[in-house]
Write a protein that binds this ligand. Structure first.
Ligand code: GAR
Length: 300
């Protein structure tokens, strides 16, 4: 039950409990306020309709205000404000966000906020950030890295995108930074050269919403320790005539989720890890942003 709510709300386990407490406090407080206010007006028998209207108004509108109050008090403003906005749109009291797409027509679509996780130079991250710059419904809203010297931090700063340096202990044994991702309203995670395994907490929170790129034709040349030039060294050492890229959904195992795209390229006899890397990098830059876009379109 709790893990279903965690998936539905895209929050950590501890946040689910806080949210439930907020709802409980709101319910009790609204009931108390409704009773006190009704009492204060001192309605008599003939004011039955007025009394009913007041109670309804308190339940429908007062409840929402109290909810925001407790949400903010418990440090969950973002979650409850997003909840309220959805409700207001459903009640037609707030306009939908209108996005102009490339065809010139207007479509109604909420923004999908992406976090890019990267440990290295960040050439893929840069390409993705540029591709989605001014995109009508996809925004790169956070860059996450485990290395304080990672090139991707400079790229994020140059584009005015917030970044977050993460620690192993919190990532694997803490809340996997779910609360922080939630603060940035992250809906989708892109691994672009991120070398840590993704903890189960994060996979549960973002089901089918974490995507990875690998510089080889999986399942071959994947798994722990297979990244960057180690992959190309192994491909060349095995005298393969073909390599390529795999873009896939992420599960609890290294390089293992459902394949979304594989594209191959030749391995030349005189290739070094560096020349093969350059050929493969071109494929990555060409296809990765488009696959991310297609994947997000399919989800929403
Ligand atoms: C990319 O080639 C990506 O496929 C690889 O790391 C490189 C990151 O380059 N990922 C893996 O090997 C994952 N197992 P970049 O920092 O220039 O984007």
């Amino acid at each position: 039950m709790l893990s279903k709510l965690q998936q539905k709300w895209k929050v950590s386990g501890s946040q689910v409990l806080i949210i439930i407490i907020v709802f409980a406090c709101t319910g009790l407080t609204t009931a108390y306020l409704t009773k006190t206010i009704t009492h204060w007006f001192n309605f008599d028998e003939s004011d039955f309709l007025l009394k009913l209207l007041l109670r309804l108004a308190m339940l429908i509108f007062g409840y929402q205000v109290v909810l925001l109050f407790f949400g903010a008090l418990f440090g969950q403003w973002n979650f409850f404000w997003t909840y309220e906005k959805k409700l207001l749109r459903w009640m037609r009291l707030m306009k939908e966000e209108k996005q102009h797409n490339n065809t010139g027509t207007t479509e109604i679509r909420p923004i999908t906020h992406i976090a890019i996780f990267a440990s290295g130079a960040g050439s893929n991250a840069k390409r993705i950030i540029e591709f989605f710059d001014k995109h009508p419904f996809i925004s790169v809203s956070l860059v996450v890295t485990n290395k304080k010297e990672a090139g991707v931090l400079h790229i994020a700063a140059a584009h005015g995108i917030p970044s977050m340096l993460i620690e192993k202990e919190i990532f694997f044994r803490g809340n996997a930074y779910v609360d922080e991702l939630n603060k940035h309203q992250i809906d989708f995670i892109v691994l672009a050269g991120f070398l840590w395994k993704i903890p189960a907490t994060l996979i549960k929170t973002y089901p089918s919403r974490i995507i990875n790129i690998h510089p080889a034709l999986l399942p071959r040349y994947g798994g722990k320790g297979m990244y960057g030039h180690f992959v190309h060294d192994a491909v060349i050492a095995a005298k393969e005539t073909e390599s390529g890229i795999t873009i896939h959904l992420v599960d609890e195992h290294y390089d293992n989720g459902k394949h979304l795209l594989q594209v191959s390229c030749p391995v030349m006899e005189d290739d070094t890890a560096e020349t093969l890397y350059q050929r493969i990098q071109q494929l990555e830059h060409k296809h990765f942003p488009e696959v991310i876009e297609a994947c997000i379109k399919q989800l929403s």
